[in-house]
Design a protein around this ligand. Sequence first.
Ligand code: PA5
Length: 425
Amino acid sequence: MVKVDLSGAQPFFTAAGPDYKLAELAHKTLAEGSGLGADFTGWLGLPQRIKDTELDAIVAAAEKIRGRSQALVAIGIGGSYLGAKGAIELLKPRPGKNDPRVFFMGNTLSADALNDTIEALGDMDFDVNVISKSGTTLEPAVSFRIFRELLVKKYGDKADEHIFATTDARRGVLKSLADEAGWPCFVVPDDVGGRFSVLSAVGLLPMAVAGIDVRRVIDAAIKEFKALNVRSPENPAWQYAAARQHLYGKGYGVEILGCYEPSFRFMAEWWKQLYGESEGKDHKGIFPASVEFTADLHSMGQYIQQGPRMLMESIVRFTESRTAYPFPADEGNADGLNYLVGRDMSEICRVAADAVRDAHVSGGVPNIVIEFPKRDEEGFAAMVCFFELACAISGYMSQVNPFDQPGVEAYKKNMFRMLGKPGAV
Ligand code: PA5
């Protein structure tokens, strides 16, 4: 179970503290489906639903790809790639001997990035998983045309056998293409928005190809959502949502999410999309940023300690380290580090994290610690369920619709007009 420690935020609270009554109402509204964007709250029951219907097919497709290819090109953008990328970096930062490499494309329009990936693919056998709920997003569509062409060059009339689509059950260009060509098609449910879709085929197929045990993820997520359904201030999702909204009300407009595991970096990107796209609207919302500690203590540390006092800090920690490394003794002690002998690297890291927290709190940065059990399938599931639920509660607390993203259309309109798309104005 997730634990939230607010002791480093407490000194910055007013006497009334975080508004748990409002968190309770937000949770109730979400569970009853009576709030803004209620048509997009299907992610709450997603793990159970996917287990009953699609999981076997996802695992079978992943096994097929693992058995014949050294690479998967997963094509998608935003919610159609960040969760899978975050999961793979967190749980499988280096592929095992039998794990295909997963390349993420369709998240950029850079010619250089495209050519770099094609070069890295070299003559590897590969499959493509094209992921787009709408089926019309420009970046993945452009990328898919290119990789489809490469598949045809490599496999000729067998190219279609190397394509897996993940899209809407009924609508969109991708769905029509898939039906016409007979590609296996996985579904992004109607009631699940992109950034809440990591526990659907969107995230699960690339994760399974990378060697992550997605059955374990789903079983853990079912338990986790159940555990997070407790309706009291003991609920860690309430604690996190209410604390950050309380601090926001006091002028802390930027939240930096930090972690001492470099492998967490892309989970922070996933979190930034989840919170930024869900809350940043109606001219309000906490700006989500991220740091990787201890590396960024030597770049952003100065700003955090002494810059403008608008930052709150949320630190993700794991109760248990996955591995150990005892610090070695050195007879000469020329580097003066023998005072660390007898300690494990994981302990040194923990002490550093405590020291940083104390320094930042004394410097005027409210600190929230979110602790997950372990960096494994269960830990990942706990992280997704916790952050998704807290995001929805936090969004409802600030009276926005956490499930839409009307603001992202503005650039698209300009881009399509400037690129000369027929009918674009
Ligand atoms: O959260 C969202 O809905 C967005 O970030 C989408 O995931 C993103 O824009 C990609 O959309 P699509 O899957 O339709 O290509």
